[in-house]
Design a protein around this ligand. Structure first.
Ligand SMILES: *Cc1c(COP(=O)(O)O)cnc(C)c1O
Length: 357
């Protein structure tokens, strides 16, 4: 399938990128987007790169009523020599297809999807920020567009990719977060869609997140839906705990989003010789480890922040401080090594980096 190119060119990025410290996250969009349509029987058709603009869908479109909508999140990074890189993009494409299958949506050919991403990044290359930590965030999204009010699988879809220049996550330094252990509301249940980047999962998480923030915490630490005992994720990131000599993270068993950064942290920590264990870990075990002083580091992992140190855990009315709220050595080392690979500052022995230009 040949992508029809009708992009707009502008110089708007010059003003937008004049102060990369002010970019924030996901507020500004570049000039162009990628679009492709799907019709049952015909398949994916009419791919194009065209100016970023609102598009029309029917008020009866199935995604608006029953939530057949999935997305991805990845970034394009600029190296010192002006090269632009993607990081493990095939992992995002495969996860998009896993989400699509679970929600009865059509999958995309991996090579075609990668081509759509790289062509769009090439087209928007001047929108990729220059400072370390800043990047061009890419948001591939698939939605059901058939106008129909019966609860059923759509026969029509739209897949698009928009891009947004984003600032360094830690604009004011590597700040440890305060997390709130949520004991009433859950994010995902066994057999559900917790492993998918499906819009409904985020709608379901808003209530508890808002409550936690109103109480002065940054994120919710989700527990398992069955026993409300085992730790799952923090906000929209995966979670790691360094207890003694072991780096522990909950296993992927359907209720946890399989983060690309999670996989990266596991491989990289192992390459440092760290004993990484994927196993169920209860909040009770974590609290005892904090009290006994064996829990030395905790951090969240995700594309937005890479790794984000956890400085405090609130559980059953008590605030437990980790490492006096500071930043762990392993957390810092993982952060440095991962961004050096992402920005082309270091040889990539893992085969993660993909050069676009
Ligand atoms: C996207 C996401 C993550 C992190 O995934 P990455 O691929 O590392 O960005 C973790 N948990 C949830 C719920 C997410 O939506």
């Amino acid at each position: 399938m040949k992508i029809k190119m009708k992009p707009r060119t502008s110089t708007r990025m010059k003003e937008v990128l004049a102060d990369e410290g002010k970019l924030g996250f996901g507020k500004i969009f570049s000039d162009n987007m990628f679009l492709v349509k799907y019709l049952e029987g015909k398949g994916w058709h009419s791919p194009q790169i065209c100016p970023y603009a609102p598009f029309k869908i029917s008020p009866a479109a199935l995604c608006l009523h029953y939530g057949q909508l999935i997305f991805e999140g990845l970034k394009a990074y600029r190296g010192d020599d002006g090269s632009i890189y993607l990081f493990r993009p095939l992992d995002n494409i495969r996860r998009l297809n896993a989400s699509a299958s679970r929600l009865c949506m059509p999958t995309l050919d991996e090579d075609f999807c990668l081509k759509a991403i790289t062509e769009l990044v090439k087209c928007e290359k001047d929108w990729v920020p220059h400072s370390l930590g800043a990047s061009l965030y890419l948001r591939p999204t698939m939605l059901a567009t058939q106008p129909l009010l019966g609860v059923q699988v759509s026969m029509e879809y739209l897949f698009f990719i928009i891009t947004s220049p984003v600032g360094a996550y830690y604009a004011s330094g590597f700040a440890p977060t305060k997390i709130y252990v949520e004991e009433e509301f859950v994010r995902a249940a066994p057999g559900g869609i917790g492993y998918c980047k499906a819009a409904g999962n985020y709608a379901a998480s808003l209530f508890a997140s808002r409550e936690a923030m109103a109480k002065g915490y940054n994120q919710v630490l989700w527990l398992d839906a069955v026993e409300k005992s085992f730790v799952e994720e923090v906000g929209t990131s995966n979670i790691f705990f360094l207890i003694g000599e072991q780096l522990i993270t909950p296993p992927l068993a359907g209720t946890i989003l399989p983060g690309v950064t999670r996989a990266t942290v596991i491989e990289m920590a192992r390459s440092f010789g760290v004993d990484v264990v994927e196993r169920k870990i209860s909040i009770a075990e974590i609290i005892s480890a904090v009290q006994e002083g064996t829990l030395s580091e905790a951090f969240a992992s995700g594309t937005a922040a890479v790794v984000s140190p956890v400085g405090l855990i609130h559980y059953k009315g008590v605030d437990y401080t980790i490492k006096k709220g500071g930043i762990g050595k392993l957390t810092q080392k993982l952060y440095n090594e991962i961004i050096h690979i992402q920005y082309g500052k270091k040889k990539d022995n893992f085969g993660w980096r993909v050069k676009v230009i």
